[in-house]
Design a binder for this molecule. Structure first.
Ligand code: URA
Length: 434
């Protein structure tokens, strides 16, 4: 088999066979297929697409390019959650402990943030002493005993994706549905959960700018998950403005703790109840969405979800007292308000630009090697649809210095669009695809 012939076949719109796809993934992972040929192949896939059988074959070949976790020895239903990435997305910090109180074993591997989106792993490191680099034996042990783990992805899980994503990132081939589906689903399948819930973001702050594109991606991921034998559900949610109020690592942890304390109803909790409901019904632990929702709301009301977060933080070496006293989390020395330039209603908040403000403050990475300041970021006081008076605070900037705070305040003001009329409310949860 020659890679050159396969590139030509895909370039001309042909469907690659299972054996051809396995050859490509094996050869690219072991280095026998060079980057320049793989770049041509990804560009051919970008333009020609793949049918569902090809996408499944690509997903399975990538999944088997490295370690595959076998969680079957752990009693109970094991579940995992993935978000396609957004700004202010602290969902896992609320959802995972909440669902773990109901007897589902949450085994989650997460990434670090890059660019304008944050990563759960970085956020969790706000807890003093917390470790996300835990050995595999401890990962298994904690899933069984605590009922939840959130850890960094091990080096050996889906090595094909690490190489391929880096190549796609610099060759204009990230936004291709079969390549995104195989990238995400190969990692989820390799991580071993029985139930996979996908939070597919849609809007200006996400990969998928339109609902139609988000639906296509969600449907394809759900179908591939099901064909691979896992219960898979996707929820399409709005990412036209940041999720919740806080953007920045420790600030988001504080918001998540507030949500688990019942102090923060709103779209963050709504999203967690929806995703959690999907997990509990798919796991067979609730008869329907209503019953699942009631159980999860009770776990917030009686404090058990917050206690689960503290138990999890302690199990991974962190100080659980910070869950009950968030002032122990990193805090920035300078805080500056951002005044509204005019009275009216908030029409739009450019989510990815807010993510960039947090990154410029030092809260996000420009490159994979950059360090980050966990304490900095932004807390939005006004969201889309809210009325504002001229001069009223739109947001508070948390910064390392006055100079950086002032620059960030100017940038943040430009993220807001204020108009005289109240905008129409759009649904936050757009669809559930089972
Ligand atoms: N996230 C991934 O892990 N892979 C993609 O291709 C896109 C988003």
């Amino acid at each position: 088999m020659q890679m050159n012939d396969l590139i030509v076949k895909k370039r001309d719109g042909g469907a690659l066979t299972t054996e051809e796809i396995q050859f490509i993934v094996r050869g690219f992972t072991d280095g026998s297929i060079p980057d320049y040929q793989m770049s041509a192949m990804t560009m051919a896939i970008y333009f020609r697409g793949m049918d569902r059988r090809e996408t499944l074959d690509l997903t399975m070949a990538m999944m088997h390019s490295g370690d595959v976790l076998d969680l079957s020895g752990i009693p109970g239903v094991k579940a995992d959650k993935h978000s396609t990435g957004g700004v202010g997305d602290k969902t896992s910090l609320v959802l995972v402990p909440m669902v773990a109180t109901q007897g589902v074993k949450m085994a989650k591997m997460s990434g670090r943030g890059l660019g304008h989106t944050g990563g759960t792993i970085d956020k969790l490191e706000s807890f003093p002493g917390f470790s996300t680099a835990i050995p595999l034996e401890e990962f298994f042990h904690n899933v069984e005993t605590v009922g939840m783990v959130i850890a960094g992805q091990t080096a050996d899980l889906v090595p094909a994706d690490k190489k391929l994503y880096a190549l796609r990132d610099v060759t204009g081939t990230v936004p291709s549905i079969p390549l995104i589906v195989s990238s995400i689903m190969s990692k989820k399948l390799a991580a071993g959960a029985d139930v996979i819930v996908l939070d597919v973001k849609c809007g200006s702050g996400s990969f998928m700018k339109t609902e139609a594109d988000a639906r296509e991606l969600a449907t394809e991921m759900v179908e591939i998950g099901k064909l691979a034998g896992r219960k898979t559900v996707a929820v399409i949610t709005d990412m036209d403005e940041p999720l919740g109020n806080a953007v920045g690592n420790a600030l988001e942890v504080k918001e998540a703790i507030a949500a688990l304390s019942g102090e923060h109803p709103g779209e963050l909790v709504e999203l967690c109840l929806t995703l959690g409901g999907c997990i509990l019904t798919a796991a067979g632990l609730a008869p329907d969405d209503g019953a699942a929702r009631a159980a999860l709301e009770a776990a917030i009301a009686d404090g058990s979800a917050k206690r689960k977060l503290a138990e999890f933080v302690a199990a991974q070496g962190g100080d659980p007292d910070a869950v009950y006293d968030p002032s122990m989390l990193p805090a920035a020395p300078v805080q500056v308000e951002v005044p509204a330039p005019a009275a009216g209603y908030v029409r739009h908040i450019a989510a990815s630009d807010v993510g960039m403000v947090s990154m410029h403050l030092g809260g996000g990475r420009a490159t994979k090697e950059s360090g980050i300041d966990l304490s900095v970021g932004v807390v939005l006081h006004k969201k889309v649809g809210d009325a504002v008076a001229a001069g009223e605070s739109l947001a508070t900037i948390h910064a390392a210095s006055g100079e950086r705070a002032e620059a960030a305040a100017r940038e943040l003001a430009a993220c807001y669009t204020i108009a005289p009329e109240r905008p129409e409310r759009k649904p936050f949860i757009k669809a559930i695809i089972r």
